[in-house]
Design a protein around this ligand. Structure first.
Ligand SMILES: [Ca+2]
Ligand SMILES: [Ca+2]
Length: 417
């Protein structure tokens, strides 16, 4: 008969197990409203499926993402479609700005081509060079196609075709969804799973698309977005929706027209393109200062910050955290970080698992370094890893301890003669 009581044994097992788990304290308490951080499926579960497809969004939801993120571009007829860039496929330019031809054929850009349009002979003559936010870019452009053409003829391809090679197996199968289809998916899954699935739409290149809608007498991207969101969710701050943009003036335009939450994206370098056009010298770095956050607080409820603005990289590794999260919280602004990707090529080097850039490393460690600052949510290409990296809520821990008690009891019974 052992002197060690079953209760003590249980506690010892629980303590030993807990010490091997992620550190618990104060992470959730560090968020602005004390809630658990939200996991945003960045372009869907884009680590596993071609981005911005219903299949990628569905997988993100299955993996536990709280929000799914459609980037929005516009078609010739003013429809909002989910794509990362207006270019459905992009081709390379030479130094003089001319399309590179090899054996008479243009050469696709291997990180900015997300559909098969470049392989469709009927659209070969729509390859066009344009100026996008001040940069010459060649490709097939969403605004040069009707929504019907894109949906009937064009299919998604893996954008990172040389890194996420397994995802190429899904090429040429999935349609390019409309915003309404993304909303319909989120709503259907919310009912099916009994938990709210939000959407986090981004207006892509607002200045660029304002020129398109004005030239073609179309409803603006912003009016179309708000009309769609209000029709589906109502005009309410309680809608499971955040609207995001890298530009400022289109958020300032929308904010007084809606109660839906607005998030100002902050990049690690440069300035909002509408500031460039307007001659406003402020940079994203300026907007990330306390004074800049005061300015943002006039129209937004949060900031979507590049990870480098929270913890800069030093020699490829995480350096000393900035005060951005606490500064934003002091203004009442949420902070959502981007982008957490599990492949070694994207991870700070201390979290790499090997020298292979495509291997998955320790994204959990990276995420937890940012959660420790009180980050309120984050965009990730790997929602399954992101969800697991968020510290379990107390209720989950109670269940885990009950499970451990059962295991300890079973072990004791087995050890009896
Ligand atoms: Ca985005
Ligand atoms: Ca790395």
């Amino acid at each position: 008969m052992s002197f060690i009581s079953p209760t003590l044994t249980l506690l010892a097992v629980a303590a030993a197990t807990a010490s091997t788990l992620a550190p618990l304290p104060a992470v959730a308490a560090g968020t602005l409203n004390g809630a658990a951080p939200i996991v945003i499926g960045h372009r869907g579960a884009s680590g596993y499926r071609p981005e911005h497809t219903l299949e990628a969004y569905t997988l993100a939801i299955q993996q536990g993402a709280h929000y799914i993120e459609p980037d929005l571009v516009m078609t010739k007829d003013g429809e909002l479609l989910a794509r990362h860039e207006p270019m459905l496929a992009r081709v390379n330019l030479d130094a003089a700005g001319n399309i590179v031809l090899v054996n008479g054929a243009p050469v696709i850009n291997r990180t900015d081509t997300s559909t098969n349009v470049w392989q469709l002979p009927q659209y070969a003559n729509r390859l066009t060079v344009k100026t996008l936010d001040g940069v010459r870019v060649a490709g097939w452009w969403a605004e040069d196609f009707t929504a019907a053409e894109i949906r009937s003829d064009i299919r998604a391809q893996e954008r990172l075709r040389d890194l996420r090679t397994a995802n190429n197996a899904y090429n040429d199968q999935f349609v390019i969804p409309t915003l309404q289809e993304v909303i319909d998916l989120a709503k259907a899954k919310s009912i099916e799973l009994g938990r709210p699935i939000g959407i986090y739409p981004e207006t892509k290149h607002p200045t660029f698309f304002a020129a398109h809608t004005q030239a073609n007498n179309l409803q603006s991207m912003e009016d179309r977005l708000l009309q769609t969101l209000h029709a589906n969710y109502g005009n309410t701050a309680g809608a499971p929706v955040y609207i995001q943009s890298f530009e400022v003036s289109n958020l300032q335009y929308m904010a007084p027209l809606t109660d839906i939450r607005v998030v100002q994206l902050l990049s690690s370098g440069g300035r909002p393109y509408d500031f460039t056009v307007a001659g406003d010298p402020r940079t994203y770095a300026d907007l990330a200062t306390p004074g800049g956050l005061d300015f943002i607080n006039d129209y937004a409820q949060g900031v979507g910050a590049n990870t480098n603005l929270m913890i800069p990289l030093v020699g490829g590794r995480l350096g000393t955290p900035t005060t951005l999260v606490s500064d934003a919280h002091a203004k009442g602004l949420e902070v959502h970080g981007w982008t957490f990707r599990a492949e070694n090529i994207f991870l700070p080097n201390e979290f790499d698992s090997s020298a292979n850039p495509a291997d998955l490393g320790n994204m959990t460690g990276q995420v937890q370094a940012f959660l420790a600052l009180g980050m309120d949510g984050f965009f990730t290409d790997h929602p399954d890893i992101g969800v697991a990296a968020v510290v379990p809520e107390p209720a989950t821990y109670a269940l885990m301890l009950l499970g451990l008690a059962a295991m300890a009891g079973a072990a004791q019974r087995r050890s009896r003669p």
